[in-house]
Design a protein around this ligand. Structure first.
Ligand SMILES: N=CN[C@@H](CCC(=O)O)C(=O)O
Ligand SMILES: [Zn+2]
Length: 415
């Protein structure tokens, strides 16, 4: 029977642990059609060593019996903003009373974040990463963007890099209160980017009315591309804009939000995957769409057109104060028209593709090369979650119920 004790010895070199009694194993691996019934898997060190039907499981040093529970990859949350202080409860209450969301609220968090100590900021990141882990998240990206001075953005990147698997530079979040817009864009694309570059893995711009227009977005993306840095965009969140098309043009890893897309935008995102290289992932943020009372991103149309879709939490104090990927998945199923399997894939492998972590050798913020994530298959990082349910269908069938009962990351049971 599955016990709830943490297994401290799992990461001993080459110890083989067979996880057996899996009613349904979601692998995201084409080698087995993405799913294996009555399955087992073997963990060795920090990797998956074997996956297959229970009856064929090889001998191992230790056996864990899941007694008919479902296993799936750990969530890969490819979009969060965890480096902040303060909260925006009052703004949320006003929104629920009918006020529209406006990007200007970001400056409220900027003031609180600048005033906070390193210890307070780091404690907040740690708490939120731990909360995400309890909910099944094994890989998490986070962004700067509530500092908006060279010193504060560097501090955010440094603190984020101690706890997140990927750190994105979002100096181009909004123009800080009192700053000249042109001068601020020059600062972001110049000295600020120079200072944060060693600490981050990608550059992001909030391309939206009230944040950065097309010309400013191009200016920053041109510099990021010339430096060989990965690009991503916040786009098409508050209205239709050029974000999705710019993301494809600049070969961005992802464009995120996407509540306002034309057929042409959807076609561009889909056709970005037509060639041999990587395209741009369409990342939808269901919890944010609900919390801002904005239109839901057209995830169904994106998938039908052939786009690669990711689901992320967008955890931040303004538009989406949740780390729950399970809630995001359930919402994508119940409100956006995805099947459970599509939503689970988007929240695991989709996120890994959006972060460039679906292939081995990606570098974490400490500079260590990591095995691929998002798939449960031989050689992949041993990141997976156990549900207190017989299938992933229960994630949407029983919405709001905390079904994740164990979480393994890099071969270690952490929850
Ligand atoms: N859209 C831009 N940035 C965040 C919101 C940040 C905030 O309101 O504090 C987002 O992804 O939703
Ligand atoms: Zn965001």
């Amino acid at each position: 029977m599955w016990d709830n004790q943490r297994h401290q010895d799992v990461n001993e070199p080459q110890e083989a642990v067979v996880i057996d009694g899996i009613s349904e194993l979601t692998t995201n691996d084409e080698a087995n059609g993405g799913r294996v019934a009555d399955a087992a898997l073997v963990v060795e060190g920090d990797r998956i060593a074997w996956v297959g039907p229970s009856r064929a499981a090889p001998p191992a040093d230790r056996r864990v019996d899941l007694a008919g529970r479902a296993v799936l990859p750990g969530w890969v949350d490819s979009h969060t903003h965890l480096v902040f202080a303060g909260d925006r409860t009052a703004e949320f209450e006003a929104r629920m009373a009918g006020e529209p969301y406006a990007a200007g609220g970001i400056n409220v968090t900027v003031q609180a974040t600048r005033a906070a100590s390193d210890a307070d900021l780091e404690g907040n990141i740690e708490r939120l990463v731990a909360e995400a882990r309890r909910g099944g998240t094994t890989t998490i990206e986070t962004k700067t963007g509530y500092g908006l001075t060279v010193t504060d953005e560097v501090r955010a990147a440094r603190l984020a890099g101690r706890h997140a698997d990927a750190v994105t530079f979002l100096g181009a979040h909004v123009v800080p209160a009192g700053a000249d817009p042109d001068e601020y864009v020059a600062l972001v694309a110049g000295p600020m980017l120079d200072a944060v570059a060693p600490l981050v893995t990608a550059v992001d711009v909030f391309c939206e009315v009230g944040a950065f227009d097309e010309a400013a977005t191009r200016r920053i993306l041109d510099v990021a591309r010339a430096r060989g840095m990965a690009r991503r965009l916040h786009g098409n969140q508050l209205g239709h804009g050029p974000g999705a098309q710019l993301a494809v043009e600049y070969g961005a890893l992802s464009v995120d939000h996407l509540g306002f897309l034309t057929d042409d935008d959807i076609a561009a995102l889909a056709s970005s995957w037509a060639g041999a290289g990587r395209g741009t992932v369409a990342t939808v943020l269901p919890a944010c769409d609900l919390s801002t009372r904005m239109p839901l991103a057209p995830a169904r149309r994106l998938l039908d057109a052939g786009a690669v879709v990711a689901i992320a939490s967008n955890c931040n104090p303004g538009t989406s104060f949740t780390t729950s990927m399970a809630f995001s998945v359930a919402t994508a199923v119940l409100q956006m028209g995805l099947t459970v399997q599509e939503a689970v894939r988007a929240a695991t492998l989709g996120g890994a593709i959006a972060l460039g972590m679906d292939e081995a050798g990606w570098l974490d913020p400490r500079g260590a090369a990591q095995p691929a994530v998002g798939v449960i298959g031989p050689g992949r990082r041993a990141d997976f979650q156990v549900l207190d349910a017989p299938s992933v269908t229960h994630l949407a069938y029983r919405p709001g119920v905390p079904l994740t009962s164990a979480v393994w990351r890099a071969g270690i049971r952490e929850v």
